[in-house]
Design a protein around this ligand. Sequence first.
Ligand code: C2E
Ligand code: MG
Ligand code: MG
Length: 704
Amino acid sequence: MSAYIVLVITGDPGDAAMIEETLSKARDGPFITEWVQELSAGLQRLRKGGIDIVLVDLYLQDSVGVNTFDALFQLVPPVPIMVLADDENEPAAIEAVQRGAQGYLSKGFFSNALTPQALRSIIERKKVEEALFVEKERARVTLESIGDGVLSTDVACNVTYLNAEAERLTGWTRQEALGRPIAEVLHLIDSETRQPARNPVETVIANKKNMAMYARSLLVRRDGYEAPIEDSIAPIFDRHGQVTGAVVTFRDVSEAHAMARKMAHLAEHDYLTGLPNRLLLYDRLTQAIAYAERHHTAIAVLFLDLDNFKHINDSLGHSIGDALLESVSKRLVAQVRHSDTVSRLGGDEFVVLVLEDTNAEHSTITAEKIIGALSEPHHLSGNELHITTSIGISLFPADGADAETLIKNADTAMYYAKKKGKNNFQFFNGDMNARAVERQLTEVELRRAIDGNEFVLHYQPKVDLASGKVTGAEALIRWQHAQRGMVLPDSFIAVAEDSGLIVPIGGVVLRKACEQLKEWLAAGFEEFAVSVNVSALEFRDRRFVSKVRQTLAETGVPPNLLQLELTESVLMRNIDTSISVLHELKEMGVQLAIDDFGTGYSSLSYLSQFPIDVLKIDQSFVQTITGNKGNGIIVSAVIGMGTSLNQRVIAEGVETQEQLDFLNEHHCDEGQGYLFGAAIPAEEFRHFLGTDNATEAKESHMRQ
Ligand code: C2E
Ligand code: MG
Ligand code: MG
C-alpha cells in the first residue's frame, strides 16, 4: 500500500512537529507529512497534486478564519480537509465543517495514537464518496440522454423519478410527478376497450419479476394526446433482496406502427397507382369465391390490357407513360362500385373484380363504362393522349373454380378482344382455350417448318407512279403447310415473335430473298431492289448486322439492292441503339424503309435522325384517302414530309384508280397494292417483270 501524503498548513511549528511525529508512528498505512506555514504555499503545493488530505489551521499569517478553508475547498473539492482547532477558534472550525470540511481535529488529539486511523478512514471514505458521485452522475446522464422514457416508483407505486423522455411522453415534470401514484402519471388505457388498463407495476412488485406491458396499451399524455407504447417493467431490489420499487421503461411506438402499416400496404399495393397488386387481388378473389360459393352468387373477372400503350411509353417516355397509367387507374376506380376491386398486375395490365348477383349483367355494364371512360382523351403535361383498352371477362363459377384459373381465362379472352381489333370486350368461352392450344401447336409446327424448309416467299411489285415502272418487290413470307395449305403471315408471325422463332425464320427469308434476286439479276433483268420485313426481335438481335453482311457477301447481291423494312415501334423502342444499328446498315449500303408509317407514335425529331431512305404510308390511310378527309390530309402531309427529308414515299395497299389519282396529284413517288398486283410466287413474278427473256424485258420497259 502506498503512503498517504498529508499536507499540514499551520504557522505553529510545534503543532506541525507533533502531528508529524504522531503520524510517523502509524504502523499500517504509512503517512508522509509535508508542512507549509502559509495558505499561499499550501495552495501552491495542492496545485501540484498528490495530496490525500489537508490538515489546516484556519488562522495563518496570510489568511484568517473560515476564508482559509474556502480557498482550499474551492481549489480541490475532492481532497478531504480537516481543520486544526483549539477551544477558542472552534466556532470557525464548525462553520468550515458545515461548508464541506470533513471534520476538525482538536489540539488535544494531535498526539493521539488514534489520529492516524481516523485520518485514514476519512481519506478512504472521501474516495468512495467521490467514486459514488461519479457513478451516480454517469447514471443520471445516461438516463437523461437515452431515447426511452424511464420512470421509477417506490414500493407503494408512487413515482420517485422520471427522466427527460418520460417527462416528454407523459407530459408531467419531475417535480410535479414526484410522490404521485404511477397510474396518474403513466395514464394507460386499452386501445380497444378504451378502459383504463391495469397498471402492471403493482403486479411486478408483488411477483418480483420483470414483465412486458400489454401490447394494446395506449399512453394518454397529460394534454390528451394518445400514443401506442411498448415496454417493460422491472422490480428494484435492495441489498437484502427486498423489493423497494420498480423501474418502467417505455417508448412511443406510433412511428414504428405507422412504418409497419406502410410496409404492409406496400407489399400489397402497386407503388405507382396505389391500387391493390397481384398478391392482394388473389387474396380478395379467393375470399370473393368463398363468399359466392356460400351465397350462390357470381363473380366477374375483367382482365384489361391497354391498346398500344407500349408505343406511348416508348415514344413519349416513361414519365408520361406512368402519368397515363395513373390517369387510367383513377378512371377505372371511378367506374366501379365500392364493393368491386380494381388492381394493377403490372405494366399496362389491370384486373377488375365485379361482384355479381346470379346473372352476369354488371360485368357487361362495367366493361362498357370502362371502355367509354378510358377512351376520353387524357391531358398529361401538355399532351393530349388517346388510349383504348381491350377487356377479357371470365365468370365464376362457369369459367373456373379458383383465382388462378379465372384470371388466366380472362387473360385469354382479353387476347381475343385484341384480335377482334382492340377497344372491345369479350367473354371467355371454352373454344378460346382450344385456340390457345392451337397456338401452342403452331409453335411446335413452326420449329418443324424451319427444318423442313416449308417457307416460301411471294413477291409484290412496287411501282414508280410517274413512269409506271416496277422499281422493286417486297418479299412476303408464306408457309406451305402440309394440311393447312398456304398459310399467311398474320396467322403465324405473332407466334413466331412470341417464341423467338422469328429470328431463324427471318434469317431464312433474308437468304431466300437475296438468292432469288441474284437469280433474277443473273437472268439479265434490269436491276431492282427487293425488300424484306424485319421484326423487332431480329432487329434487336446483336448478330443482325453481321448476318445481313454475311448474306449479302455469300449471295453476291449488291447491298444497295436490298431494302430492309422496319416498323416505327421497332425503331422507337430503344432509340440510341436503333440509331447506331441503322447507321451500321447504312454504311454497308443497304436501303432502309419505315413500314406501316403512321400507325405508331413516332417522334418526328428522332425520325429525322434515322438514316431512312423510304417511308411506306400504311394502307389504312391509303384505303380511306377519299372517304375520310382527314386521312387524305395525313397522306399528303407524309408525302410532303418525305420529300423535305429527302425520302421516297411509297403508298401501301393501293386498290383503286381513285386512290392512285389522289396519290399522283400529290406527287407520291411509288405505290404498292392490288391495283398493281398482289404478292405472287417468284416464277410468276418473273413473268410479271416482262418475259423470261431479259432482252425482251428491257425492251418492254423501254416501250412503256
Ligand atoms: P406489310 O409489310 O405491311 O406487307 C403488306 C401486306 O399488305 C401484305 O400482307 C400484302 O399482301 C398486303 N397487301 C398488299 N397490297 C394490298 C392491298 O392492295 N390491299 C390489301 N388489303 N392488302 C394488301 P401479308 O403478305 O399477309 O403480310 C402481312 C404482314 O406480315 C406484313 O405487312 C409484314 O408486316 C408481315 N410479314 C410478311 N412477311 C414477313 C417476313 O418475312 N418477316 C416478317 N418479320 N414479317 C413479315
Ligand atoms: Mg412490309
Ligand atoms: Mg406495311
